[in-house]
Design a protein around this ligand. Structure first.
Ligand code: KIV
Length: 275
């Protein structure tokens, strides 16, 4: 059955944990969907793991639409959320609604996600008023790394912790359907989750959030440029891929691939006429 905003809300109310993984392409989305994931995030982390940028700043709306549409085609039941990239919602409420609308119209996704709390409440309200569900992202928001001075855990002082709780309450009041909370002490993940009625999905925010999200290349050991403390690796697919690539290279070089079973045939008498 297709997961919707109502399903996610009901899961929080019933105390059932929500699962979210990133995906950026049709095949991965299909595998995650078949495995039973509740929600798939087409994160702007694709800037790092798919496009090889150092951060998410260069990612464009067109990037998100291309990758997002392929994920939507692969996900039958999962709720698909697509990130609004840097400068697609910060310039004005009007730009934010236009870009959210473009992302939803051109991909068929179920919701958009944007980074920001209290300051972005008017943007969240306007997009929600246009009937586009919004997932807010608070705490460590990677599009602000230049302002933060790097990927730093947020909410460690009393003032910063109070601000995160205020952010959670403000995005809920503005109409957000759920909140991603990233890179905060577990105690703050718990307090923010208790402060709102909408579901929270944590990444490096402790076990008390209503759900958890991870980047799938981190889960599968396919991205090793940097590994945050909150990552758990469930398989080492990166090593399996490297071994398979090395085997292929060896067999082509030593001419043991392709074998007869991999080749197409034609009638001998036609071949003879070609010489
Ligand atoms: O872009 C992304 O993948 C994200 C997750 C890390 C939550 O925003």
């Amino acid at each position: 059955m297709k997961t919707t905003v109502t399903t996610l809300q009901k899961m929080k109310e019933e105390g059932k944990k929500i699962t979210m993984l990133t995906a950026y392409d049709y095949s991965t989305a299909k595998l995650e969907d078949e495995a039973g994931i509740d929600t798939i995030l087409v994160g702007d982390s694709l800037g790092n793991v798919m496009l090889g940028y150092e951060n998410t700043i260069p990612v464009t709306v067109d990037n998100m639409i291309t990758y997002g549409a392929s994920v939507v085609r692969g996900a039958k039941n999962a709720f698909v959320v697509i990130d609004m990239p840097f400068m697609s919602y910060q310039t004005s409420v009007y730009d934010a609604v236009c870009n959210a609308g473009r992302i939803m119209k051109e991909t068929g996704c179920d919701a958009v996600k944007l980074e920001g709390g209290v300051k972005f409440a008017p943007v969240i309200e306007a997009i929600t008023n246009a009937s586009i569900p919004v997932i807010a992202h608070i705490g460590l928001t990677p599009q602000s790394i230049n302002a933060f001075g790097g990927h730093k855990v947020q909410g460690k002082t009393e003032a910063a912790a109070k601000q995160i709780i205020e952010d959670a309450k403000a995005v809920e009041a503005a109409g957000a359907s759920a909140i991603v909370i990233e890179g905060v002490p577990a105690a703050i993940g718990k307090l923010a989750t208790e402060a709102v009625k909408i579901p929270t999905i944590g990444i490096g925010a402790g076990p008390d959030c209503d759900g958890q999200v991870l980047v799938y290349q981190d889960v599968l050991g396919m991205f090793t440029d940097f590994t945050p403390k909150f990552v758990k690796r469930y398989a080492d697919i990166g090593s399996i891929m490297k071994e398979a690539f090395a085997d292929y290279i060896k067999e082509v070089k030593e001419q043991s691939f392709p074998e007869e079973k991999h080749c197409y045939t034609m009638k001998e008498d036609v071949i003879e006429k070609l010489y």
